[in-house]
Design a binder for this molecule. Structure first.
Ligand SMILES: *[C@@H]1O[C@H](CO)[C@@H](O)[C@H](O)[C@H]1NC(C)=O
Ligand SMILES: *[C@@H]1O[C@H](CO)[C@@H](O)[C@H](O)[C@H]1NC(C)=O
Ligand SMILES: *[C@@H]1O[C@H](CO)[C@@H](O)[C@H](O)[C@H]1NC(C)=O
Length: 294
């Protein structure tokens, strides 16, 4: 007769458990339910944008879920502000269209998003091989530029973790007007001959932490540009590439200082001058911790 009493008990604990999970859990917006097709060919912009807009409109935590597979995606901008924490969860891989797309600024853009989490282990393939021959910037100062793989503009309090980016047409990641961003376990790869493929570039940003990452590119591993402060770089492997650069400052008028840059426990291998560089005399670096470890 004992189970007569136990039964409602189990029933209620299951009920409790289910409702608890729902309350705790995030709402998931699977791009496949929005019609995305993982054949590596069809442009999935519409599905991604719709999933993003629904997730962004959600209070609490919402997840744009990209299941395993290869999704071709044209240039798209994921704009905020969003109402809660928005996660861009990449189990699958994203592939840019082939070709140059000259003067398209960005492949993927995140703008005005607070509390963005990008993670999942997926790969962003910029298909740069098909674009690099169109880069004329080595011989023309007013050259048309190729798109940056992922551009974060005015993104705050966010994390980028366990993402791989390969063969970007231009830089892999770019940050402008961003604050409190943690980047960890990212792998940014492009061949040493690929032009202007900076790993991470940032300007007018503050409180950026980059750790446990590997950056091998044809240009700067990390470029810290005008008006940027409190940058903490640790446990980063850099090379090949131009190294970690504070600079290109002084090229334009009205550029602001860079200060508070800390580089610790990094390995630079096969980089220009094997060092941290400050590109010219108008570059004021106020704090400078350089702990070189192989
Ligand atoms: C980034 O990391 C620092 C140090 O661990 C932590 O204090 C901060 O809250 C983190 N920021 C985000 C947005 O995760
Ligand atoms: C430096 O790079 C070379 C060439 O890629 C590689 O063979 C070597 O193992 C690297 N050294 C370290 C310490 O990572
Ligand atoms: C190495 O550093 C020197 C001195 O700062 C500079 O003149 C030179 O251009 C640098 N080389 C490269 C390849 O960046």
């Amino acid at each position: 007769m004992a189970h007569k009493n136990i039964f409602p008990c189990i029933f209620f604990s299951i009920l409790f458990c289910v409702s608890f999970t729902v309350a705790q859990g995030a709402r998931t917006f699977n791009i496949k339910s929005y019609g995305a097709i993982a054949d590596g060919r069809i442009d999935n912009r519409k599905a991604f944008l719709r999933a993003w807009m629904d997730a962004c409109d959600q209070k609490e935590v919402s997840i744009v879920y990209i299941p395993k597979g290869v999704y071709m995606l044209g240039s798209v901008e994921f704009a905020g502000p969003c109402r809660g924490v928005t996660m861009f969860f990449m189990k699958g891989d994203l592939r840019a269209p082939r070709g140059a797309f000259l003067n398209v600024e960005t492949w993927l853009g995140f703008r005005y998003v607070d509390n963005l989490i990008m993670k999942g282990g997926g790969t962003l393939d910029g298909q740069g091989q098909s674009a690099w021959p169109f880069n004329q910037c080595h011989k023309n100062n007013n050259c048309q530029t190729l798109p940056i793989s992922v551009k974060f503009d005015f993104v705050t309090n966010s994390r980028i973790k366990s993402i791989r980016s390969i063969h970007s047409k231009n830089a892999h990641f770019s940050f402008f007007g961003c604050t409190n961003i943690n980047i960890s376990n990212v792998e940014l790869l492009a061949p040493d001959y690929s032009p202007n493929t900076d790993g991470i570039k940032m300007g007018s940003s503050s409180n950026i932490r980059i750790s446990y990452s590997k950056i091998s590119t044809g240009d700067d591993c990390i470029a810290i540009l005008s008006d940027t402060s409190n940058i903490d770089i640790s446990n980063v492997y850099c090379g090949p590439g131009h190294g970690i650069s504070i600079g290109s400052l002084g090229k334009y008028t009205n550029e602001k200082n860079v200060n508070g840059v800390s580089v610790r426990k990094c390995t630079l291998n096969g980089t220009d001058n094997d060092s941290l560089s400050c590109s010219n005399s108008r570059c004021y670096v106020q704090e400078y911790i350089w702990n070189f470890e192989f």
